[in-house]
Design a protein around this ligand. Structure first.
Ligand code: SF4
Ligand code: SF4
Length: 306
């Protein structure tokens, strides 16, 4: 079955994706080697799930045996940062949790195609499967992977979520963009903990990792570098020249929610975990959890009062 690329791209626009590109299912050996080294260097810290299903990340047919093409989508999420200078919430987390928002749109996309192409079969992913999404996005011409390890779209900067579909259709592929970071190393220099290098992002040195994923105590050398990062860290993105003139999102689900950017810490300290889950349902804050956010708050105040 063949589907015209133009049809795919028009449908992506109608559904509300910011951009869409198509690529094949082959993954370059160099990419696999880079990832293998990254894991061997323990740059994934305690995120052991990144070591699982290693081969699947580089072989889409192990995830979806009928895969012939990869359709990749980005949605721009940038909106004015409402979190206070004292307690910063990473911009991606101020609206609704992107996993469900993007996945809903991907499913909608596939359902519409299935109505016209009865044999169309697909597998949707958005940070929900062992898939190297940034790689496929760059192969599909949606941007390039910057030294801050984010996908950078020339139009939307790195303020984008990526979603994709493996499908059994043959579709004309897009070309890679011919833009890179070049000599720029602003993000590497701006990172307060030295987490970025040519070997990739060392999660064990990254404030974002330590304020969200790390379930243990934050090491002292990292903790003392935390100034106002309550959930995540945007420094290496804020400093990137491609992010200087961001385009505001038109996706209402990503508009900042006051309960997230203006957290009531007294309330947080007094509610149960169950109540926290109810209050912050459908937001990324659940990933860290109530206790972690309280600890992050205490760490910021500890440094401030020293
Ligand atoms: S998120 Fe923050 S700590 Fe992590 S690499 Fe970027 S600037 Fe460094
Ligand atoms: S700051 Fe410079 S080096 Fe870093 S991602 Fe942006 S363009 Fe690339």
């Amino acid at each position: 079955m063949k589907i015209p690329a133009e049809k795919i791209k028009n449908l992506a626009k109608e559904i509300g994706f910011s951009d869409c590109g198509i690529t094949n299912i082959l993954v370059e050996q160099e990419v696999k080697k880079f990832y293998k080294n990254w894991i061997e260097n323990n740059f994934n810290a305690e995120m052991k799930f990144l070591e699982n299903e290693f081969e699947k990340r580089f072989e889409p047919k192990l995830v979806f045996p009928k895969a012939k093409s990869v359709i990749v989508f980005i949605i721009n999420y940038y909106y004015k940062d409402y979190s206070s200078e004292e307690y910063k919430i990473s911009k991606y987390a101020q609206g609704s949790d992107y996993h469900s928002v993007v996945k809903d749109r991907l499913r909608q996309f596939s359902e519409i195609l299935k109505q016209e192409y009865l044999d169309f079969e697909s597998y949707e992913f958005c940070d929900t499967a062992p898939v190297f999404e940034k790689y496929f996005a760059s192969q599909a011409g949606l941007g390039f992977i910057g030294k801050n390890r984010c996908l950078i779209s020339p139009k939307f900067g790195s303020w984008v979520f990526i979603g994709g579909i493996f499908c059994n259709a043959e579709i004309e592929t897009d070309s890679k963009l011919d833009i890179y970071c070049g000599d720029c190393d602003i993000c590497i220099k701006s990172c307060p903990t030295g987490a970025l290098s040519s070997k990739g992002l060392d999660a064990d040195k990254c404030i974002s990792y330590h304020t969200i994923e790390n379930k243990n105590e934050v090491p002292e050398n990292i903790r003392k570098k935390i100034t106002n990062q309550l959930f995540g860290c945007d420094i290496c993105q804020d400093s990137c020249p491609y992010n200087k003139n961001p385009i505001q999102t038109s996706c209402v689900e990503f508009l900042p929610q006051e309960k997230v950017y203006n957290l009531d810490f007294e309330e947080l300290a007094n509610i149960s975990n169950k109540e926290f889950s109810r209050l912050f349902k459908n937001t990324s804050l659940l990933r860290a959890g109530r206790k972690k956010i309280i600890i992050n708050f205490e760490n910021i105040n500890y440094n401030r009062n020293k």
